[in-house]
Design a protein around this ligand. Sequence first.
Ligand SMILES: [Zn+2]
Ligand SMILES: [Zn+2]
Length: 217
Amino acid sequence: VQRILDRGLDPLAVCGILISHEHGDHIRGARLCSQDMAAPIFATKGTIEGGKLSPLQANPIRCDERMDHEGFNITPIKVSHDTREPCAFLVEADGSRVLLATDIGTTQGLDLTQLKDLDFLYVEANHDEEMLKNGPYPYFLKKRIAGTGGHLNNRQSGELVRTLAGQSPNLRGIMLAHLSDKNNDSALALETVRKHAGAAESVRWEVARQDESVELK
Ligand SMILES: [Zn+2]
Ligand SMILES: [Zn+2]
């Protein structure tokens, strides 16, 4: 809520909260935010159960099923991540299409055909392969992060951006998100993702931070 206030925006104008999966970094503040902002939570059934959300607060949504809420069209997209029913979100509002996609272990099996004509892309670039390999995490955690139930590295993120940008002629902005504190670096992430993304030169690139709010524009 503080981050919304920092931006000079009205928390009560928030009409809904989308939760992609039940890991703590995504669900921790959801109940309180929902109460404070009087905004309903939307999540898949698996996420509601896995995150022990109250059915009074959380509305179930289904992967690949579009739902309309207060002028937003939202389609949850099934992704590979080590939770019950994780998803990314395709959000359409005011004629713009935005993909919000973090916490993806692999893009194999991801249905990219419906993810075209995007205006904005908010996509995970979680770690640098070498930094993760040589970093401080214990072996099991390194394996989890790099695995198909973990997170996209900068190269994989770039390859995904390349495909999505290629089928989105009006793409205006790309924001790299969910960067690891220990296993990535903003400048390196930007450089590596852009290298693998190829084109997308006229697009505005930004890196989202964990400790600050950001604006898609
Ligand atoms: Zn997660
Ligand atoms: Zn996460």
